[in-house]
Design a protein around this ligand. Structure first.
Ligand code: PNS
Length: 187
């Protein structure tokens, strides 16, 4: 019987409950699911790739058919390299749709044999994004029901360190970088 392997690519800076919800859903319909963290040298992320990998590995430890990996270059090239037939992406709201459609069609142009599969996270996560989690955490708001325990812990450590060194500005400026990204996406 044919086994279907999918990758779930993203930045995961940091992974949220919404990401986890999608990973769980994906793990139920695909035989194998690889959560693939993009190593993007152009970005200035809050968490290193190694930290994000550790958090995702801990979050997915109980899901037998889920693994975590990192990649750079084109997502479609990575998918082919690991023998995946599908790319999993989440759509939270109609505002995600345009960007996701554009990306899915470009990926199809680049690699026609690879399918993008969209799944919706639970409605209670439809407002949740890594950017907002970073911003709320950096401005001292509660994040406990937004991210898994391990991520909350790591976020608190990061913010404590930033505050200790009087570096709130740096921490907050990371949040606004996220906003610029959103503006770029809409451009
Ligand atoms: O979590 P994100 O930031 O929305 O994930 C975006 C991601 C990593 C899926 C996208 O930027 C990507 O696929 N980047 C890899 C480079 C690539 O393949 N670009 C062409 C995409 S059409």
């Amino acid at each position: 019987m044919k086994r279907i392997k999918a990758i779930y690519p993203g930045s995961f800076d940091p992974p949220t409950n919404g990401h986890f919800d999608l990973i769980e859903r994906g793990s139920k319909i695909f035989d194998e699911l690889v959560v693939a963290i993009l190593r993007n040298p152009e970005k200035d992320p809050l968490f290193t790739v190694a930290d994000r990998r550790k958090m995702l590995e801990s979050m997915t430890a109980a899901l037998d058919n889920v693994t975590v990996d990192t990649f750079d270059g084109l997502t479609v090239d990575y998918a082919l390299r690991v023998g995946a037939q599908a790319i999993l992406r989440g759509i939270r709201a109609i505002s995600d749709y345009e960007y996701e459609l554009q990306m899915a069609l470009m990926n199809r142009k680049l690699q026609p044999g690879l399918e993008t599969v969209f799944m919706m996270p639970a409605a209670k996560y439809s407002y949740l994004s890594s950017r907002l989690v970073r911003e709320v955490a950096q401005l001292g708001g509660p994040i406990d029901c937004l991210v898994p325990e391990i991520v909350g812990q790591k976020l608190r450590e990061k913010i404590d360190v930033a505050h200790k060194f009087g570096n709130e500005q740096t921490a907050v400026s990371k949040a606004s970088q996220g906003k610029n990204k959103l503006r770029k996406r809409k451009a």
